[in-house]
Write a protein that binds this ligand. Structure first.
Ligand SMILES: NC(=O)c1ccc[n+]([C@@H]2O[C@H](COP(=O)([O-])OP(=O)(O)OC[C@H]3O[C@@H](n4cnc5c(N)ncnc54)[C@H](O)[C@@H]3O)[C@@H](O)[C@H]2O)c1
Length: 337
């Protein structure tokens, strides 16, 4: 079985490529290295002792993409990670986000249509729920107006796939709504490589503990939560990667109930920012300097997944806890210069 992984050198993509190779899938990666490094390929090879095919290709390049699909007409599935993902940047550069996240999705689907390929997995996000009215969040929760162009690209992306699936019964697609992916591979050969100032909590924590940043800012301690800080569902990236294989196999084995489905991927458990800080200090024995600052615009109070659908229909469950994830993120940080 041959699988195309777009954005396969990125954080979640690289961990998924490792899981695919370890399950003996043939993997072809497309990545333009806009938010990743070619060294990730060595990390993948060193873990798996296998070398996936790699194409340094920008999905925005219609011609090159067509040539790629001409060459690879025998794909059994596509996992589409490639996208820009910085919320703040998306507010500054909305057109760049719509071009890179929406145009490329359309181009990939057009190529799939041309080559009569099905089995498509899309990286979506729990941002589509905004601040959900009920917790934990089920897939039935309404999609709320996006807070940023980035969030909007995920909502529009899902709609595009759904509408395409509606009129193409041969096509099968799944959108996976990730909660908060964190951690790194236990080998410490691959992990999260944020470029510039990290936007997410965990790389900020590990860089602060490593002395690269003076202190961590905790945005708001007056939220209506038990300790006043915001709550998220942190899922180990290796668990997340494994869910992609399960979702892909559901499509390949035609076990899907509809030709377009949506699943939440989280642990089902929420942790506050202060809980994460204390868990990090406990597992790493590092003291983390932090200060409480004002709330950050656009941040929601709490989000954690109802994972019943993923557990029952996909037969997948997150196995690793937050402490394992934080430990792996720290070990990965220690390997960086
Ligand atoms: N990390 C998260 O917190 C999170 C949460 C929810 C959803 N997602 C989604 O999951 C996917 C993967 O996220 P990630 O954290 O691994 O991000 P990442 O930035 O580490 O990986 C994305 C990869 O895609 C590549 N890429 C971007 N645009 C491209 C293009 N036009 N052509 C070819 N390659 C391109 C980048 O170089 C990068 O290697 C994204 O779609 C993201 O929006 C991420």
């Amino acid at each position: 079985m041959k699988i195309l992984v777009t954005g396969g050198l990125g954080f979640i993509g690289s961990h998924t490529v490792v899981e695919l190779l370890q399950k003996n899938y043939e993997v072809v990666i497309i990545d333009n290295l806009s938010n990743s490094s070619i060294s990730v390929l060595e990390g993948i090879t060193s873990i798996t002792q296998k070398s996936p095919q790699f194409y340094k290709l920008d999905l925005k390049d219609k011609l090159e993409l067509s040539e790629f699909f001409e060459e690879h007409q025998d794909l059994d599935g596509i996992i589409h990670f490639a996208a820009s993902k910085a919320v703040g940047e998306s507010v500054e550069k909305p057109l760049m986000y719509y071009e890179n996240n929406i145009n490329t999705l359309v181009l990939v689907l057009q190529e799939m249509r041309r080559k009569e390929l099905s089995n498509f997995i899309f990286s979506s996000s729990c941002t589509v729920y905004g601040q959900a009215d009920e917790l934990p969040i089920t897939e039935e929760a309404p999609v709320k107006k996006a807070e940023s162009p980035y969030g909007n690209t995920k909502q529009i992306g899902e709609e595009i796939i759904q509408e395409y699936a509606k009129v193409n019964s041969d096509f099968s697609g799944i959108s996976l709504r990730y909660f908060n992916p964190i951690g790194a591979h236990e080998s410490t050969q691959i992990g999260e490589l944020p470029i510039g100032v990290p936007q997410n909590l965990i790389p900020f924590i590990t860089q602060t503990a490593a002395g690269k940043r003076k202190e961590l800012s905790v945005f708001g301690d007056d939220y209506p939560t038990q300790d006043g800080t915001a709550i998220r569902d942190y899922i180990h990236v290796v668990d997340l990667a494994k869910a992609h294989i399960v979702a892909l196999e559901r499509l390949i084995q035609k076990k899907n109930k509809k030709n377009y489905e949506v699943f939440n991927l989280g642990t089902g458990k929420g942790n506050s920012v202060l809980e994460v800080i204390h868990a990090f200090e406990k597992v790493t024995q590092q003291k983390l300097p932090y200060k409480i600052v004002d709330r950050r615009e656009g941040d929601i109070i709490a989000a954690y997944a109802d994972t019943t659908k993923a557990n029952n229909d996909l037969g997948w469950k997150a196995e690793l806890g937050i402490e394992e994830a934080l430990k792996s993120a720290w070990e990965w940080q220690l390997k960086q210069d």
